[in-house]
Design a protein around this ligand. Structure first.
Ligand SMILES: *[C@@H]1O[C@H](CO)[C@@H](O)[C@H](O)[C@H]1NC(C)=O
Ligand SMILES: *[C@@H]1O[C@H](CO)[C@@H](O)[C@H](O)[C@H]1NC(C)=O
Length: 387
């Protein structure tokens, strides 16, 4: 169990849940004025989780055997392709029948039923060919869905390492698994894998980056060469950090096509960046840029697939946008969203079809404290204001 000791803390922190209750939000960086909502994009809300079971008897079997406990289901990360949304449902508690699902965001959708993705077979706990607990997902430019599976289930109850961690790539067009990358040799028993990024080099080579908070490392995997390595970050990256809590990573695209990885620990005071070319060649030493002091404990919740990073402050419902081509300073943080219901955003994702940004939010702190009654209230909202 020692290996899992830090997992719960990391989980609490990963999503920026305050130890106390959610504070009422102030507009620290200026006035936030809601815009008119995009007319063909409405927020969708659901409680707990409902699934499309193959048949009614499967559902009752799952329920009676404790494999389906609707109030234990929560979506924390999302990706959109057209009208389909893919959701990560980490197995924080027992009774989450599927950890990767899809559903529809078509206007007029009023109930949300999850369809296990790509199929039921890949959701089986204890089968290491299947997904155990998906904590992050990315859709790339080739419509490939990449998911990070930690292999650890029941994180909030009694964590169990069911399988080695892995990254799985699936074709969205066919639903076929294209590639499974085992991270076993690149991690240790104390690893805490949290975030996933997919990057294409100028020559088309595909790379995957995974943050390992406990080891102060970024795992780099070269798909073409089918090999990976660990880039251990310098000690300065954790300076002032009480614990190696959450290592956020965000990939930024420059107009010229080059990419950079921005990263920071939740409880450190500084933000850093590194050109992806250095990361890909494993020569980070002396090339990491120190972007300066963070004004607060930032929870990085996503990018616009361009130069902007979205974040909120720990425990705060207000979301800000910072364009990384401007100086890292409070004057350049623009308020872009605030949940009307004090829910906390766990992911900000581009909605390419509607040319807008979406936010996945929930009463995650209540879920953590097991105070959700019928289940966590989750919403796929729309970013408002100017972004
Ligand atoms: C992200 O941006 C790049 C560069 O503009 C583009 O080629 C790619 O298709 C975008 N990603 C997605 C998933 O659309
Ligand atoms: C950053 O990019 C935005 C739009 O992409 C542009 O309007 C702005 O001038 C840029 N800022 C800097 C400092 O280059």
């Amino acid at each position: 169990m020692r290996l899992l000791a830090g997992t719960l803390l990391a989980l609490i922190l990963a999503l920026g849940v305050p130890v106390s209750l959610v504070r009422s939000q102030g507009t620290k960086y200026g006035l936030w004025t809601p815009d008119r909502a995009h007319s063909d994009a409405q927020p969708i809300q659901w409680t707990g989780g409902q699934f499309e079971f193959p048949c009614a008897s499967t559902k009752s079997l799952f329920k009676s055997s404790g494999k389906f406990i609707p109030k234990n289901v929560i979506a924390t990360r999302a990706q959109l392709i057209g009208d389909t949304i893919y959701l990560a449902l980490p197995r924080y508690r027992k009774g989450v029948p599927a950890t990767l699902v899809k559903t529809n965001v078509k206007p007029g959708t009023c109930s949300t039923t999850f369809k296990p993705y790509p199929c039921w077979d890949l959701q089986e706990e204890g089968n290491c060919k299947a997904l155990q607990s998906v904590v992050d997902l990315v859709v790339d430019q080739n419509e490939v869905l990449w998911v990070l599976d930690t292999g650890i289930v029941n994180t909030l109850e009694t964590p169990v390492r069911k399988c080695p961690p892995k990254v799985v790539a699936m074709s969205v067009k066919t639903g076929k698994v294209l590639k499974t990358v085992s991270l076993e040799g690149l991690t240790s028993s104390s690893s805490r894998l949290q975030y996933l990024v997919v990057d294409y080099a100028p020559d088309g080579g595909c790379f995957v980056y995974v943050s390992d908070a406990a080891n102060r490392a970024i795992i780099v995997y070269n798909l073409q060469a089918d090999r990976g390595f660990r880039v251990v970050l310098p000690k300065a990256v954790t300076a002032g950090c009480r614990s190696r809590d959450v290592l956020y990573i965000a990939l930024i695209r420059r107009d010229c096509g080059s990419t950079e990885l921005y990263f920071t620990y939740l409880s450190t005071s500084k933000l850093f960046s590194l050109k992806s070319e250095y990361l890909r060649s494993g020569v980070a030493d002396g090339r990491i840029l120190d972007l300066g002091k963070k004004p607060s404990r930032m929870v990085i919740i996503g990018t616009d697939n361009g130069s902007a990073i979205f974040f909120r402050n720990e425990g705060d419902a207000e979301v800000y946008r910072w364009d990384t081509n401007s100086t890292f300073a409070e004057t350049n943080f623009k308020p872009v969203y605030r949940s009307q219901t004090c829910q906390l955003v766990t992911h900000a994702v581009p909605d390419y079809k509607r040319n807008t940004m979406r936010v996945l939010q929930s009463n995650f702190p209540d879920y953590m404290q097991n105070r959700v009654g019928c289940g966590a209230i989750q919403q796929l909202g729309l970013m408002q204001g100017c972004w």
